[in-house]
Design a protein around this ligand. Structure first.
Ligand code: COA
Ligand code: AMP
Length: 622
């Protein structure tokens, strides 16, 4: 087995050979003759003359290859008390029929379909059906409310929205339909039709002129996969940027298939027939890559878990699923481990199950703090593998390649850059940091296959957001350092993106909602540390003259919940006389963040009125 360094060096110095070989794992309808089109930097295209269908790679080829009877998808839902196993045969049949139904509703290659659904098999079927037609899906996380959904609908302009009557949280049933209806009222580009899955826990009213019951479509004729260009978009997934407007991350078909197949084998060490479980949600990139496309393209069995790490019914929930289905690799966010550990510090529940199938625990979504790493390593006795990535990249930038060249683990580090990611640490002026020196984590262009080629309909914003700060490099938005051994340490965002329970949120979008309240003259939202969730948002508002404070904080918390969704987790809003600003009027959020974290934050020389900051200190450290 060749070593990590040799493999990595080849990927950087001879990307054509490296990714050309990796592309052999894909079933192409037209094999690419060119590997990389670099004629139009900073825009790069992988496999520009290749053609394939992603759904055929995820389903048909495994059925053709004799895996029809193998479990493809295991649905396990402690919140509804249901379980169901779909074989590759069944998943293909239902997907091909739903693709037929979408086609009958007018969805064609290149059209968009928004999917706003809980963690039910129909969500996976809808995604794969879009891929089968060459249509572009855009999944919106179920924890987002009407306004966020409407923003995404208006940007994606879908022909159809696929949704469900409700989602089920441990303590309540979340009715999706009223949120969908409200979003469609707000949207300037509503779809022609909505397809709704009626769930037993709650059935909703359907609008006869627009809504179709999923069950009425299951008899549609199946359709064959439509070959698309490798560079055609497979999906758009919106993620939080630093402004209120989410960024539509575009994922292409060809590069995505090549990169995910490479990662399943080489990072996660998963072979066909093995069971892989990403305990995330299809609304996030982890769900796209490693609940749906990665494991299925690899011919593995994937687990779709509709439940929580704790409370459904207890902190042994993850271990129950691992033992019941023989999961080889579990992937979760550190916040889930912290929640489990808080309820079961001694790991008593771990001892209740046979976990002999589990070889690895992968972690991502936020930094795996050394304390949680030590706890999980000790209690499970297997490698606990941190890896770092983003919605933008779709797969790990830094990881430990367990399937090809396992490296010694260092606590607090997601290990080393993966093939194609030329990770560099830069100072503000663009010069390179020395080993151990912290700076902006950047990646030399081109990014490897599978990463974003652009933002949906907005090349300019793509360039401005990621490529202009340091020409020739992609700016990740994270800060950190490389140590003497080439291990990466990711220390946190250097912008206004926050990470709440492994969910990426923009403080800008929360501020935009607070600012709509007539009583709010000015506001700032920062992320503050939280024992379980890593970070939570905290709001500070200045009132318009003559407004009463009574009940306002609660009203603002509810407003954010109604507009963005419960997942924003804004629980605390403080009313303050003024916000600290520079003389040019910029709110000093970084300084506020530092003080809230108890740091001895230097007062910037550009501050307009130092007394405002002094007055805020006691509130911030409260
Ligand atoms: N649909 C509707 N509402 C949702 C939702 C969904 N899909 N997901 C979360 N919510 C709601 C929750 O019910 C909760 O509402 P509440 O304020 O009324 O209680 C709110 O959004 C916050 O949810 P969450 O962040 O999940 O917090 P929690 O306290 O319910 O659970 C954890 C805490 C740590 C157990 C949970 O956050 C968790 O499992 N995190 C892992 C996240 C993850 O896997 N991320 C993927 C990245 S790899
Ligand atoms: P998302 O786009 O939702 O996947 O969020 C990506 C962001 O989450 C990254 O830019 C990081 O800030 C953070 N993140 C994800 N994984 C890790 C990790 N393993 N270590 C540190 N931060 C992480």
């Amino acid at each position: 087995m060749r070593g990590y360094r040799e493999m990595f060096d080849e990927s950087i110095h001879d990307p054509t050979t490296f990714w050309g070989e990796a592309a052999e794992a894909v079933t192409w309808t037209r094999k690419p003759q060119r590997i990389l089109d670099d004629s139009n930097p900073p825009f790069y295209r992988w496999f520009p003359d290749g053609e394939l269908n992603t759904c055929a790679n995820a389903l048909d080829r495994h059925v053709d290859g004799g895996r029809g009877d193998q479990a493809a998808l295991i649905y396990d839902s402690p919140v509804t008390g249901s379980k169901r196993i779909y074989t590759y045969d069944e998943l293909l049949d239902q997907t091909a029929r739903f693709a037929g139904a979408l086609r009958a509703l007018g969805v064609a290659r290149g059209d968009r379909v928004v999917i706003y659904m809980p963690m039910i098999p129909e969500a996976v079927i809808a995604m794969l059906a879009c891929a089968r037609l060459g249509a572009v899906h855009s999944v919106v996380f179920g924890g987002f409310a009407a306004h966020e959904l409407a923003t995404r609908i208006d940007d994606a302009r879908p022909v159809v929205v696929v949704s469900a009557s409700c989602g089920i949280e441990p303590t309540r049933t979340v009715e999706y339909k009223p949120m969908l209806d409200a979003a469609l009222d707000m949207a300037e580009h509503p779809p022609r039709n909505c397809v709704i899955v009626q769930r037993d826990a709650h059935r909703c009213e359907l609008n006869p002129n627009r809504d179709v019951d999923w069950n009425d479509l299951t008899g549609a004729d199946p359709v064959d996969p439509e070959p698309v260009a490798a560079t055609d978009p497979l999906y758009v997934l919106y993620t939080s940027g630093t402004t209120g407007k989410p960024k539509g991350i575009v994922r292409d078909n060809g590069g995505h298939a090549v990169a995910l197949l490479w990662s399943m084998r080489n990072i996660y060490d998963i072979a066909p027939g093995e069971v892989f479980w990403a305990a995330s949600d299809v609304g996030w990139v982890v769900g796209h890559s490693y609940i749906v496309y990665g494991p299925l393209m690899a011919g593995a069995t994937t687990v779709l878990y509709e439940g929580k790490p704790i409370g459904t019914p207890d902190p042994g929930a993850f271990w129950r699923v691992v033992s019941e289905y023989g999961v080889k690799a579990l992937f979760s966010a550190p916040t889930a481990l912290r929640a489990i550990r808080k309820e079961d510090p001694a790991g008593t529940h771990i001892g209740r199950y046979d976990l002999s199938s589990m070889r690895y625990l992968f972690q991502a979504g936020e930094r795996l703090d050394p304390d949680t790493f030590a706890w999980a390593s000790e209690k499970l006795g297997i490698p606990v593998v941190d890896h770092w990535w983003q919605t933008e990249t779709g797969w790990a930038i830094a990881a430990n390649p367990m399937g090809v060249a396992p490296m010694p683990i260092k606590a607090g580090s997601p290990t080393v850059p993966m093939p194609g990611y030329d990770v560099r640490i830069l100072h503000v002026d663009g010069s390179h940091c020395a080993p151990g020196e912290e700076g902006a984590i950047c990646i030399g262009l081109p990014l490897p296959p599978g990463t974003l080629p652009t933002l949906w309909g907005d090349d300019d914003r793509y360039e401005a957001s990621y490529l202009c700060e340091h020409p020739g490099y992609y700016l990740t938005g994270d800060g950190g350092y490389l140590d003497e051994d080439g291990y990466l340490f990711v220390m946190g965002r250097i912008d206004d993106v926050i990470n709440v329970a492994g969910h990426r949120l923009s403080t800008g979008s929360i501020e935009a909602v607070l600012a709509t309240h007539p009583a709010v003259a000015e506001c700032a939202v920062i992320g503050v540390a939280d024992e379980i969730k890593g970070q939570v948002p905290r709001g500070f508002v200045v009132l318009t003259a003559g407004t009463s404070e009574e009940g306002l904080a609660e009203e603002l918390v509810q407003l954010v919940r109604d507009e963005i969704g419960a997942v924003a987790c804004l629980k605390q809003v403080d009313i303050v006389p003024a916000l600290p600003k520079t003389r040019s009027g910029k709110i000093l959020r970084k300084t506020m963040r530092g003080i809230a974290h108890g740091k001895d934050e230097p007062v910037p020389s550009t501050i307009e009125d130092p007394a405002v900051l002094d007055a805020l200190k006691s509130v911030l450290q409260d």
